[in-house]
Design a protein. Sequence first.
Length: 393
Amino acid sequence: MDALHGLKVLELGQLIAGPFAGKTLADFGADVIKIEPVDGGDPLRKWRMLREGTSVWWEAQSRNKRSVALDLRSADGQAAVRTLAAEADVLIENFKPGTLEGWGLGWDTLHALNPGLIMLRISGYGQTGPFKGRPGFGVLGEAMGGLRHLTGEPGRVPVRVGVSIGDTLSALHGVIGVLIALRHREVNGGQGQVIDVALYESVFNVMESLLPEYDAFGAIRGAAGSALPGIAPSNAYRCADGSFVLIAGNGDSIFRRLMQAIGRDDLGSDPGLARNDGRVARVAELDAAIEAWTTTHPITRVIETLDAAGVPVGRIYSVADIATDPQYLAREMIVQTHDADGRPLKVPGVVPKLQATPGRLRTPAPRLGEHNSSVLGAAAWPSVRVRPTETSA
């Protein structure tokens, strides 16, 4: 049996943060009912590259979910959500704070209907504070959380991470909150509660030593390109074939093995380089020595040599590399599935890997309103104004 079998989740969010949290719960067996706008559904259906009019991103993000199309601005749509929320364990939303309250679907209302309901609220700046009313997207959370200041090359325009990492970090923090709240409710006899996740706080939470270094030393870390500031040696190095290899030789014993592998025992046995602080002071010298070696070998030879020496090393993967990589395939991270029309599609596998109750792909992403009848009952169709052409079984 799936780990979250029997868990009823109502997903009101759109695009990335809320739906990614819903996807994660659905992968482990939760029954996730996704509420979508009647006209067009979740905008993610039309984001990035489309196949036959539907985003393939949608297919990955919305697997294992059921779709119900409702107009949340209408009294009937709001009444339908209240009915569903009264029987749900978890409600997920990522609207601007106050939006649900304006629809008569705020915490006070739903908690009164269902004291055990757990409400995950993901927003740009949280449900409190002077910025709470501002609209917030992942890119703004990444900037305010400190990530954008660290990306790119020194002295150049800060670059964004190539994916919406602020949204997915917030989703994962939200899932952690849901599981904690479920534990409290079921083991400690507690009631439901609100989980308030802000995009910028989720990013800030993974900024490691950024704040204590500023507080203790006034240090403001900035962009460092491919290097790992304060930890050496760890960088990307050019190889003879023009490709770049990542080498992390920053552990004390690893550093000695690395220096031996590249023929620089003089550096490996230097007492001044035995610990990280000494290596950081001479990082330019170490990077130059490593690259002097990597530029004389193709990347395959570099990886083979350092692998044999027990030094962490790797190439930079494109998605083409990922799709055929034996490690990805062995761990079922490339999963062959199909969309609602039966067309084959490869999507990312389930993370994390659980031994006894692993997650799995059970159903493809739904068509818009596909489950209105089974969820709401046929008698409810006229009252929620569902278009019959948008509800295929």
